[in-house]
Design a protein around this ligand. Sequence first.
Ligand code: HEC
Length: 137
Amino acid sequence: MKPVVLAVGVALALGLAGCAKEEKEAAKVVSFKNDVAPILKKNCLACHKPGGEGHVKSGLMMSSPENPDEISYENLMKGTKFGPIIVPGDPTGSTLNMLVEGRADPSLRMPHGSKTGLPEQDIKTLHEWVAQGAKDN
Ligand code: HEC
């Protein structure tokens, strides 16, 4: 009897551990403040701050004149002079995701002039954040 009990115990423990891990991954909520803003600050803000090349050319300003070094959710959501670049819940239709994922014209890949683009993990984070509704969380 003993080995069987042990085997069942091990199987149960493994099963539970597996479930807990999956749930954790599925429930991961992307935070604008903690996950998204740091990516934009590091990779995009240099050109998309007030008066930066990207702001002047496209109208997309990711911070504000009052606080040029901090990402502004409101201004990011305003988008370019042509309108929003983020459609909450729809990363496929969002210009922001199209550009960093290289789905648009290669000359427009963002960060502008970068051949490799963002790290895979950052691209995923931006994608998930938009999919989850692009919230100011
Ligand atoms: C080296 C400067 C630079 C960096 C860094 C940069 N951009 Fe840009 N961005 C530009 C320029 C310049 C334009 C205008 C492109 C044009 O009209 O040819 C632009 C335009 C855009 C547009 C508007 C495209 C359109 O449809 O008109 C989006 C969206 C954008 N950038 C997002 C980003 C994101 C997201 C990042 C960071 C991952 C980023 N940019 C980093 C320079 C930059």
